[in-house]
Ligand binder design. Sequence first.
Ligand code: NAD
Length: 502
Amino acid sequence: METNNLIGHLIDGQDVYGTGRSQYVYNPATGAAEKRVLLADRQTVEAAIASAQAAFPAWRNTPALKRARVMSNLKQLLEQHADEICQLITAEHGKVLSDAMGELQRGIENIEYASYAPELLKGEHSKNAGPSIDSWSEMQPLGVVAGITPFNFPAMVPLWMWPLAIACGNTFVLKPSERDPSSTLLIARLALEAGLPPGVLNVVNGDKEAVDALLLDTRVQAVSFVGSTPIAQYIYATGTAQGKRMQALGGAKNHAVVMPDADIPQAVSALMGAAYGSCGERCMAIPLLVAVGDATAEALITGLRTEIAKMRVGPGDDARSDMGPLVTRQHYDKVRAYVANGVAEGATLLVDGREIELPKGYEDGYYLGPCLFDHVTPNMRIYQEEIFGPVLGVVRVSSLQAAMDLIDAHEYGNGTCIFTRDGEAARYFSDGIQVGMVGVNVPLPVPVAYHSFGGWKRSLFGDLGAYGPDGVRFYTRRKTITQRWPSAGLREAAVFSFPSNQ
Ligand code: NAD
């Protein structure tokens, strides 16, 4: 996969390298540029699409049970290679190893779901829809489909897409994040080992040039995208203008509401993980805590300060670290600038993670300690914009309704949660809130693999969410066949009225 630390592509079952553009892949723990990733040009992407196109007819006609068996084999291989995969995630993304293991496990659950393909694709049948007429609906694959994925879950988010698409009979071209591509590529190679024929899954590394080649190629029938909202909107608009089926999951700014009757210690420990886990680089992270009442805010802040003081920031491969570095120097600078901006706009910075002591040898890593703001208000940029870093802001409101009005007015609607002991409040909140995924005393309500993932508002462009039942619908199209086998006794004269069962 890697030649002299050069990360190439996987096309038609072969490692492909080239001499075109490339960029560094950094180890965020040390700041060292350890590898280079090739950035595919249009011709390389077209070769991957051609391979997928050629593999489609045979794969489409491979029994769903055989396709599903590849997924079962892959699950085993991923479990065998879990350490290697997670080390690659940590070395390029920065997250702590236990968190990398969690993301891989959630990815594997999507493979388990895909391995039910024969059951998922059974379709619907109606006997005697008319006299001696049978009618049934089939779920047929689309052909070549593509996936474009973000840096923050290099194993899990691609596994939201291609296992189900492929189990449904499609062939796939994946364009992972150029910031941490190695674990994604390793998993794809293991899928070949598990029994995927060459061309069924291709991986091209790259940036906008590769993405545009996928969006504009008429052979690509559908595209799944996960990333930031401005890019999601561009991808969705460009793909739909080409007549493709599109789904584009975007960014987020998730609020956690804490009611006065909540179990505060439980809320504090849940919010610590939700705000600072993976350095805040999760689309379901909680960067905003909406405290109902000043007493609730004070109690939460006291608890959070105590827990933050115990946190250890350090390299992700050190088991003592709770939080690793941010992904790149550029992102680190951006998140620091948000912290400065919050101070300038008048929020109270209770915990400043900008000056932290680092273990020796890691001074050039992209470490930012946990930051905690109080008195964040909706007019501030740190309230409105996705920071994607370890920055938690407390917003104070006087009622549940005020909290809900704030959330509903926000441009994003990915996830939210409420901490309370009051079932009526929880029910009112979860029923009415304009957000796609809701937790009740659960801070990160990421749906399990047999449900589907999708935010509302500017967190999702398209009608169907990722994976689960929505994934099956996205990666298949319905064909309804109505059939009659005329027999002598049933021959009729021509009928010119619309057929009905009258
Ligand atoms: P990003 O939007 O920068 O990149 C995502 C993908 O788009 C990458 O593969 C990248 O190469 C490509 N890309 C980037 N710029 C492009 C351009 N101008 N034209 C075409 N393609 C382009 O996102 P990221 O920084 O890698 O990931 C973080 C973002 O992803 C956050 O906003 C986060 O909320 C979001 N995210 C959302 C979900 C979700 O399910 N809603 C899940 C994970 C991450």
